[in-house]
Every structure is written in structure tokens, then in C-alpha cells.
Design a protein around this ligand. Sequence first.
Ligand code: GTP
Ligand code: MG
Length: 510
Amino acid sequence: MFGELEALLLHPEVVNRKIVLLSIVGAFRRGKSFFLDYCLRFLYANYASIKNPSNLINADNWIGAAETPLEGFTWRSGTQRDTTGIIFWSDVFLTGDRAILIVDSQGLFDNETSTADNSKIFSLVTLMTSIEILNLQGLIQEDHLQYLQFATEYGKFMTSPGQEHKPFQNFVFLLRDWNNPDEYPFGFDGGQKYLENTLVVKPHHPEELKSVRTYLKSSFEKLSCCLLPYPGKTVARDSNYDGRWASMDEEFLDELKILISSLLKSENLTTKKINGIEVNGKQANEYFQQYITIFQSNSSIQPQSIYETTIDKFLTALVLQCFQIYKNHVNQTVGNINNETEITNVLHSSRNAALSTYDGERKMGNAEHIQKYRNDLDAKMNNDSIEWIAIAMARIAKIREEQRRAAEAAREAERLRLEKENQERLARERAEQAAREQAEREAEAARQAEILRQQQAAIAAEQERQRLAEEQRQREIAEQQRIEAERAAEEARRQQQQHHGRRRKKCSVM
Ligand SMILES: Nc1nc2c(ncn2[C@@H]2O[C@H](COP(=O)(O)OP(=O)(O)OP(=O)(O)O)[C@@H](O)[C@H]2O)c(=O)[nH]1
Ligand SMILES: [Mg+2]
């Protein structure tokens, strides 16, 4: 049962929804499973479920076709008991923020099961249920009420001073084969009147039944009773009957439809509450598992031990919730811690936030319980704070180390900057120097070139002058030669002329 129940309650569609748990208990072989199967028809027609997320069945005709055989929880005719133990329907119905689980249970008051086991089944179902149907045939008998003793005993703890909440929610006496409709008519109205008369405390009642009657109202938020007619011979006796409603007596069918529609309509689906607080799938799973473990391991269950377990679960959950407030607070602020004073302040305010939530929440148990779990919360926070202080101190040390490193890095960066600046300055100066030297070299080269040019020009001028002088000298030489040639020619001419003269004279002398 553990695994199946856990899988249902922790299903993603269920885990955060509030739980409605409808169960049926009561005498064996009295149509419990049969009744639940008609409930399933209504539920599938009216609500989505985890296995059937979009229900397409016509809700107005939830009862289905007249000839359709009945399916769901196994049921059968005869005297041999059918359902054993506690069985959860393998699907969960969903409506708004609620999830509906259906529980069938083994028939009580049979010859095979001991009173202790009957009582265990009844008690466990009662603890887990928010709508519990006690299925009985005919009248409510005194021995039926004894099964409610656990619930009422448990209720006594819950109604002790300081506990204002009823431990259980809806309890429905469902009386089958009612054959006094003239006195008490079928349905809830007749049932309510019958119940009120039955629960009156009378002097002849044994003490425990007086106690049951006295505490029943303070144990359940709502007590009701519904009277159903005899379903007809086929339903009651035919060993081949397949559950179709075509074979039911009309009166029974009408009352069945009214009962189921009323029981399961959305506004009547009471959620499971523990200490007056609605529980979701996750929380229900924790409580239920605890209960199941106790019921499996103990032969006789004392309401006190269940009560204490519930207190423990409840206050432990509250302590965890408050501790989480403290944890969130310190974790959120750890990033802002810069010094030791802030550590003290954060721890103080976080601790106060958690404790004031604990003090302000509705709680279960007496003052002693409440103080004990408060001390636990305090101790838990103190333990955690040791670790947290170490984290915060490490953070401060880290901040300081980072600051030191940052300063060092800044110094180093400044040194590097200056060094770079210096190097740049030197490079600049060297470049300027080189440029200057280059310019000087270029100027010198230009000057040398100019000198060279001037020298070359002077040489050229000199050469030109010499050439001209040479030319002049040549010309003068040539002139001289010409003059001398002319003179020689003149001389020659003159000598010639002289020669000629002397010859003519000789001739004439002759
Ligand atoms: N007399 C009578 N019989 C009914 C009624 N409803 C169903 N039955 C018949 O009762 C027989 C037993 O039905 P189940 O649903 O198996 O009964 P149960 O209470 O679940 O039985 P266990 O699981 O063995 O405890 C079947 O033959 C049903 O047809 C009813 O209102 N009155
Ligand atoms: Mg059954």
C-alpha cells in the first residue's frame, strides 16, 4: 500500500493539491465496493483525472447506459468476502486545487478478522480520510459504534484545552436496505433525524458507548446519515448480476443518484485537514506513511501514540518551515556581510524571524510540546549558525584578501604604468634624439653636399676659366703665329722683292 499511495500522492498533478480522501468502511458483503464503483462513474464524468486528463463524458448522464456492467473496485455477490485490506483507486480525480482519492476497505465484522484488526483498519482509514462513509445494513447498532471509539478517543486529545480544531472532517452513516421509510424517509433528511435520535445518550448505555456518543460530535466537523432503499432482488441476490442499473429497483436508483451527486459535487468535497490545516499531497504522504508504519508494527494502537506521532509530524514540519525561513534569511544576506558586526545582526534578525513565525502559527499539542519543539528549532538554528558563521567569516576573509590583492594589483598596475610611461618617455626621447641626429646628419650631409657642390662649381668655374684662358692663349698663340706667319710672309716677300731688285740691276749693269 505504501508504494501505491506514495505514487498517487506524489504524482506531479497531486503533490501540491489539497487532498480530498473519500473512503468507505463497514460490514462485509454489504455493497461497499459496488457503491464506490457508481461513485467512480460520477467522478469520471465530472472531473479530470491523472490518467484521464480531459474527461469527455457527459456529466449530466454520469450514471451511463442502463445495460453497462459495473466496473472499478472488484465486487461480487455471495457470502465470501471480496475486498481485503485498504485499497486506493489507482487514479486521482482533479478539481481546481483539489485532488480526490478514493479508498475501498475490507469488510468489517466478518468471522475471519479479529476485532483488533477490524479496529485497525477502521482507525487507519479514519485518520487518513476527509469523507468517511460507514456502510451499514439496516439500523445503526451499538457494536457498530464501538469502532468509532478510536476516533472519539483520539478526538479527546484534540479537544483538550488549547486545541480548537476537530481532528476529522465528514462522517456519513450510509444505511442500506432501509425499511422504515415511513418513520425516517430515504436520503439525507430522514437519515439526519434518525442519526440524531440514535446518538442521544441514554442512561442504560455502557460507559464506552456513552463516551462515543459524547465525543463523536467533537471529533468530526460534520456528521450525517443517508438512508438507501433495498436495491431489488437482482442486485441483492442474483449471483450472475453484473451491476447494470437497469436491474435496480427504480426507487433505489433514484436515491443512489441523489446521494452520489450530493456527496461528490465539488462544493461538498471536504479537504483533509490536520490540526485544522489543509494538507497537500506531499504533506498527506508524510503523515499517512507515519500512520501506516505505526499500524503495521503495533498490535494494539493507542490513540495517544497516534496523537503524539501527529503532533511530532506537525510540529516537526512547522520547525522545518520556520528553520527554512531562518535559512533563507541568512542565505540571502550572506552576500552582503562585510564585517563581524553584520554577522551578529543577521543571525539575530534571522533567528527572530523564524521564532516569531513559530510563535504566530497555529499549533498542535500542549504548552510543553510547543516549547520543546521551539527549543529544537532554536538548537537547529544555533547548530546551523556555527556553519554559517564559518561561511560568513570565510567570506569576510575572502573579501579582505580580495581587497589586499586588489590594492596590490593597483600598486603593481601603477608601477607598471609608471614604468611604461618612463619607457615611453625614454623611447620618445631616444626617437627625438635620433630624429635630431638624423636631422643633423642630414643637415651636415646637405652642408657637405653644398660644399662639394660649391667646390665642384669652383672647380668647374676654374676649369672653365682655365679653358677660356687656354682658349685665349691658344687664340693669342694662333694670333701670334698668324702675326709671325704674316711677318715671315712679309719678310719673305720683302726678301723676294729684294732679290728681284738686285737681279734687275745686274741685268741693267750688263
Ligand atoms: N442488499 C443489498 N445488496 C447490495 C446493495 N448494493 C450492492 N449489493 C450487493 O452486495 C453484494 C456485495 O457487493 P460488494 O460491493 O462486493 O460488497 P462489499 O461490501 O464490498 O464486500 P467486501 O468487499 O467483501 O466487504 C453484491 O452482490 C451486490 O450486488 C444494497 O444496497 N443492498
Ligand atoms: Mg468490497
